[in-house]
Design a protein around this ligand. Structure first.
Ligand code: IMP
Ligand code: MG
Length: 188
């Protein structure tokens, strides 16, 4: 679908800019406490996790590095995760012996995160944990341990704050719900 003014299909603002700011600050504080005295390697999943990553980093008071990975799921479309993910861009850094924290935008069926954890585990990090901004727990098909969760959300298609609709709208400062009667994401 061609780019349209988002107000045309915004059903509701699910998480406001204020709520995001407060929660991201809380997560940053908690993570800093949990890893006190350690250093951390944040592994950001492209592209949805970027906005969350950059805000979260500003609230970390411990030494940390960042690296990026891009994944794509095999199968019908980005929403129909099939259980196998392909690494389309791998990390630059060696995570062996590091405290690794995966930073992701949303966990839905859990397939993406489950395969990512499996891959990274084989590289023998010191610790491996997950921080996701959003959790659609009711959609889970495989069990994954999420160590830090920003918000538990209902099963609604969301966009903004890093999450895209056909690659646009990642810049919006809030998380909004798509009115699927007005806008049909091409991969939904
Ligand atoms: P999972 O493998 O089913 O957990 O899928 C996770 C991926 O699906 C996320 O990284 C997103 O790219 C995508 N996704 C799931 N729900 C949404 C949504 O509501 N809006 C945008 N992307 C979504
Ligand atoms: Mg993602």
């Amino acid at each position: 679908m061609a780019y349209q003014e988002y107000k045309k299909f915004l059903a509701e603002v699910l998480v406001t800019e204020e709520q995001l700011k407060t929660r991201v600050a809380e997560l940053g504080k908690k993570i800093s406490e949990d890893y006190a005295g350690e250093s951390l390697l944040l592994v950001c999943v492209l592209r949805g996790g970027v906005m969350f990553l950059t805000d979260l980093m500003r609230h970390l008071t411990i030494p940390h590095m960042v690296d990026f990975m891009a994944l794509s799921s095999y199968g019908v479309g980005a929403r129909q995760s099939t259980g196998t993910v392909r690494i389309t861009m791998d990390l630059n850094m060696d995570i062996y012996g590091q405290n690794v924290l995966i930073v992701e935008d949303i966990v839905d069926s859990g397939h993406t995160m489950a395969s990512l954890l499996e891959v990274l585990e084989t590289r023998q990090p010191k610790t491996l944990k997950v921080c996701t901004l959003l959790d659609k727990a009711t959609r889970r098909e495989v069990d994954v341990q999420l160590d830090y969760v920003g918000f538990n959300i209902e099963d609604k298609f969301v966009f903004g704050y890093g999450l895209d609709l056909d690659e646009y709208y990642r810049d919006l400062p809030f998380v909004g719900v798509v009115d699927l009667n007005v806008y049909s994401p091409s991969d939904a």
